[in-house]
Design a protein around this ligand. Structure first.
Ligand SMILES: C[S@@+](CC[C@H](N)C(=O)[O-])C[C@H]1O[C@@H](n2cnc3c(N)ncnc32)[C@H](O)[C@@H]1O
Length: 445
């Protein structure tokens, strides 16, 4: 992708995400790695790709208000959407620049004067301004304005109330924060801050986690500190799951759903003579854990294994682990800033299917925990079915387990929870996250 402009790379990425249903973060990483863009232009590509996908339903609504025939060429809809996104959401790009850039791109793709259609639609959009649906149907109105399927708007209002639902909807269309976690096995926070100051990269402390910082800089994986394993990319809400395990240096730990290994590595950083066994059902994902562990300098503390977590006690034995983490496969509805396309593909039936698997995983691992051991269940979603309901069903079936209060001490505040830790994406502008900490009783002696 050498010598291609930022907008051309953003458009190619969008075409691939729409056509191949690729994950936006993976497609974007791939495109940026191959490009020779400046860091400023890389940030622009990131913003154009995420912003366009985030506002997809709304942008489509703007196009359909003017232009019904939208199947002429696979590049046209993404180009129109990306251009309208800039017109309505990016103050710093003047309208004439959006038109000129769109014209240029349309001419590169267009074989038969289709660029004129693009130009005509965009001029009309500018002339007419933003189109809004009627507010008489409030679910449809919110679904269009915040680009989210109607069932999810309905779900959020039904479970969290209209005010909270709107606040969540508003927050998930903001760009995600660029969050790092510092590897205290390799460096210290003051050293990282000093390095960032030298590079002129601004940072802010995380409210949730003492080892996390939010950076002004997007492509973190290209920083020297990332390559040497001094820092890693991890949302601060996600760091709380491993913190809740309260790892001791000699613990024998199981990470039952581990790939790509973000939390396995965090656990390993707390270990000395202990070990962490990292499982994943998909063999090809184990390499992601190994690569991450090598970069973060903790590979010798981690053993990877392909296994369906539902078979853990059957395959690995009973009462072996001091701590078990089940960071379960889930609908990912807490990650919509980072993976905005997820909201268009998930359905309520997925949530229900996943909740069964999640309960089966808890049932599959619990006998492998030692008496007095701790089992932490976490998800990056905010649905009750996958969170509170799974844990409550598990507790009903396993009277030897009880919920433990979670106290997490961050720099700026303490998260206290008598039952569950629920982090909504609008509270700290982090990923949405859920944690339950369960302790196994001592048993009969
Ligand atoms: C939420 S992700 C885990 C993220 C990981 N803990 C981290 O911090 O990087 C869930 C993982 O569970 C794996 N998975 C799904 N079903 C599984 C099962 N039955 N047994 C083990 N792993 C499973 C998926 O392949 C996926 O990698």
């Amino acid at each position: 992708m050498k010598n291609k402009s930022a907008r051309r790379i953003a458009l190619e990425t969008l075409i691939s995400v729409f056509k191949n249903k690729s994950y936006s973060n993976i497609a974007l990483n791939h495109a940026l790695k191959k490009s020779d863009l400046s860091s400023h232009d890389k940030s622009l590509v990131t913003q154009l790709v995420y912003g366009t996908i985030q506002h997809q339903i709304y942008l489509d609504y703007q196009i359909r208000a003017i232009f019904k025939e939208n199947k002429k060429a696979p590049w046209m809809r993404p180009l129109l959407m990306m251009s309208i996104y800039q017109l309505f959401f990016l103050d710093r790009v003047p309208n004439h620049a959006v038109l000129d850039e769109a014209n240029l791109l349309a001419k590169q793709y267009s074989k038969n004067n289709l660029y004129k259609v693009v130009n005509g639609v965009l001029r009309n959009v500018i002339r007419q301004g933003q189109q809004k649906p009627s507010q008489s149907n409030s679910v449809r109105y919110l679904a269009t304005m915040y680009s989210i399927p109607e069932w999810l708007v309905d779900y959020f209002i039904g479970h969290f109330g209209k005010g909270k639902a709107e606040s969540i909807l508003q927050s998930i269309n903001q760009p995600p924060q660029n969050t790092i976690r510092i590897n205290r096995k390799v460096t210290t926070k003051p050293e990282v801050c000093q390095w960032l100051n030298k590079q002129n990269i601004q940072y802010e402390e995380s409210k949730l986690s003492p080892d996390s910082l939010h950076l002004s800089y997007g492509p973190i994986n290209q920083l020297e500190l990332f390559e040497t394993g001094a820092i890693t990319i991890q949302d601060d809400s996600a760091t709380l799951a491993a913190q809740s395990l309260k790892i001791q240096p000699n613990d024998n730990v199981l990470d039952a759903c581990a790939a790509p290994g973000g939390k396995t590595i965090q656990i390993a950083e707390e270990l000395a003579s202990g070990r962490v066994t990292a499982l994943d059902i998909h063999k090809n994902k184990l390499n992601l854990i190994k690569d991450n562990a090598t970069r973060m300098q903790v590979a010798d503390l981690i053993e990877t294994k392909q296994l369906d977590a539902r078979l853990v006690s059957q395959e690995l034995g009973t009462e072996i682990y001091d701590k078990i983490l089940v960071d379960a496969p889930c609908s990912g509805l807490g990650l919509l800033r980072r993976k905005p396309e997820v909201k268009y593909t998930k359905e309520l039936s997925d949530v229900k299917k996943l909740s069964q698997i999640q309960l089966e995983i808890l049932n599959g691992v619990c006998d492998s925990l030692k008496p007095n051991g701790r089992l932490v269940y976490s998800t990056c979603t905010i649905t009750n079915e996958e969170n509170e309901q799974v844990v409550n069903s598990f507790l009903k079936q396993h009277p030897d387990f009880s919920l433990e209060k979670v106290y997490l001490k961050a720099d700026n505040e303490t998260i206290r929870s008598d039952d569950f830790v629920r982090i909504f994406p609008d509270t700290y502008q982090t990923d949405g996250f859920f944690i339950a900490s369960l302790v196994k009783s001592e048993g009969d002696k």
